[in-house]
Design a protein around this ligand. Structure first.
Ligand SMILES: [Zn+2]
Length: 168
């Protein structure tokens, strides 16, 4: 599996290739970046999650049960457990990937991504650097942001459970 391969050229979001300057992405990072080498996370996550988090692979659309998860709770980075999204900002984008209108401010970093030739905005956990997904500007009002996330890169914790401690 290389990127989203051929799937992306038929997906509706192929038209949204402009650089996305999101509100959330302009918020300064508020967490300290870990210096742990990416390879060292391999023993803490599944091989599939590692490929997404640290090789920037993309899971097939519709493959994650989290795209249909709508309980109240928090979505953590699957590697270091930093909270990245809250359930109140999740919505059904119809893409087959868990989608959010905004992340937890200060907990994500972004970079320009030319992997598919067209320019996209990649985002990742600001603490461990684990790749999460891409942000597009075709989301719902008022922010119009669509944070398109790999389910494999997230860990969902329902609100009745306490959050696990951060992993380093
Ligand atoms: Zn992380």
């Amino acid at each position: 599996m290389t990127g989203i391969g051929g799937a992306v050229v038929t997906a509706p979001f192929v038209f949204f290739y402009r650089t996305v300057e999101t509100l959330a992405a302009s918020v300064p990072v508020t967490v300290e970046r870990l210096t742990k080498p990416h390879e060292a996370w391999r023993e803490l996550v599944s091989p599939e999650a590692f490929d997404v988090l640290f090789n920037e692979q993309t899971e097939p659309p519709g493959s994650s049960t989290l795209s249909q998860e709508y309980r109240d709770g928090t979505y953590l980075c699957a590697a270091c457990y930093l909270p990245l999204f809250e359930s109140r900002h999740k919505y059904d984008s119809g893409t087959g990937w868990p989608s959010f209108t905004q992340p937890i401010a200060g907990h994500i970093g972004t970079k320009k991504d030319y992997q598919l030739i067209i320019l996209r905005t990649e985002y990742h956990c600001a603490r461990c650097g684990g790749h999460q997904g891409h942000v597009f500007n075709d989301g719902p009002l008022p922010r119009k942001e669509r944070w398109c996330n790999n389910g494999l890169a997230l860990k969902f914790v329902p609100s009745m459970e306490s959050l696990p401690p951060l992993r380093s």
